[in-house]
Design a protein around this ligand. Structure first.
Ligand code: HEM
Ligand SMILES: N[C@@H](CC(=O)c1ccccc1NC=O)C(=O)O
Length: 287
């Protein structure tokens, strides 16, 4: 007797229970809002350059992931505030994996050759990733604050609210340090009371706190693991910046950017930034 594999003539038979009528029930597309999502790609080149779709989708998928990163980093901050280190670490790990995925995603855009990009770059006008409000909010949540970036977003717009909100609130690192202090590792008061809207600058007096942790990991295991998670996150973020830089260089060389910057040279400077400088310095001090 033939065994029923559920496959006939190369086709998988639909099972009896499979729903096919969604007039009165929620469907996949309903739940995900696919009508608006998939109607949101508007190439401007005429005739439409097929590679413009690649360009748009690469940016849109990145913005979707940025949206989740903002949720997770804000969540991590709240968990630190509630002294729930384990949950904060889980959110940080998720962000790290998203950043790794996004760093890998550059290889798709790298298939866009300089000649192809030049064919539709003109339609972008003065638009640039530099204006991404979600990206800026992520940078701010991690400590790379810069008040002058606010000028890019008109007052009263949701983008301004997002970026300004992130500028004025404590960073994930601020929240972690406050939690460390509550746990008994004395973080200098000046750091706990710093103006959180300022960019983080290295505080040499903080390195001692991390030295205590790194000299005896077993005694401070949760804090130690969290420090390493933060370093992982920073690494993943830097890889994303680096791959952006390399993609830009192979696509437009040393042209100035549509956002008005010097381009590659401007992006290179971001590689000098570090979110958690004391976590690097502590390594130098370890014997
Ligand atoms: C061929 C593709 C790309 C090129 C040629 C390119 C080029 C540039 C350039 C030249 C800048 C400097 C600002 C300016 O003057 O415009 C910049 C900034 C930026 N781009 Fe791109 N970009 C590309 C793709 C992307 C993608 C896919 C994203 C993802 C959202 C992105 C996000 C950003 C961000 C966030 C900045 C600001 C970086 C910072 O402030 O350090 N770019 N890009
Ligand atoms: N700054 C890029 C243009 C660009 O990449 C871009 C343009 C519109 C929307 C997003 C962009 N992505 C990153 O900067 C350039 O100078 O070619």
């Amino acid at each position: 007797m033939e065994q029923d594999t559920g496959v006939e003539n190369g086709e998988r038979r639909l099972e009896e229970g499979v729903r096919t009528d969604f007039t009165a029930a929620m469907s996949y597309a309903d739940y995900l809002g696919l009508d608006t999502l998939l109607a949101s790609q508007h190439p401007l080149s005429e005739p439409v350059h097929p590679d413009e779709m690649l360009f748009i989708i690469q940016h849109q998928t990145t913005e979707l992931w940025f949206k989740l990163i903002i949720q997770e980093l804000s969540g991590a901050r709240d968990f630190f505030d509630a002294d729930n280190n384990e949950r904060a670490r889980k959110s940080i790990a998720r962000v790290k994996h998203i950043m790794r995925t996004l760093a890998e995603q550059w290889s798709v855009l790298a298939t866009l050759t300089p000649s192809e990009y030049a064919e539709f770059r003109g339609v972008l006008g003065s638009a640039s990733g530099f204006q991404s409000a979600q990206y800026r909010a992520v940078e701010f949540l991690l400590g790379n604050k810069n008040t002058s970036m606010l000028r890019l977003y008109a007052e009263g717009t949701p983008e301004r609210e997002l970026v300004e909100g992130a500028l004025r609130s404590p960073t994930v690192y601020d929240a972690f340090l406050r939690a460390l202090d509550r746990s008994g590792l004395a973080v200098p008061q000046s750091i706990l009371e710093r103006d959180v809207s300022q960019a983080w600058v290295e505080h040499p007096e903080l390195t001692g706190v991390f030295e205590q942790i790194y000299r005896d990991p077993a005694a401070h295991w949760e804090a130690y693991a969290t420090c390493e998670d933060l370093v992982d996150l920073e690494d993943a973020f830097q890889f994303w910046r680096f791959r952006h830089l390399r993609t830009v260089q192979r696509t437009i060389g040393f042209k100035t950017g549509t956002g008005g910057s010097t381009g590659v040279d401007f992006l290179k400077r971001a590689l000098e930034l570090t979110f958690f400088p004391e976590l690097i310095t502590v390594r130098t001090h370890l014997k």
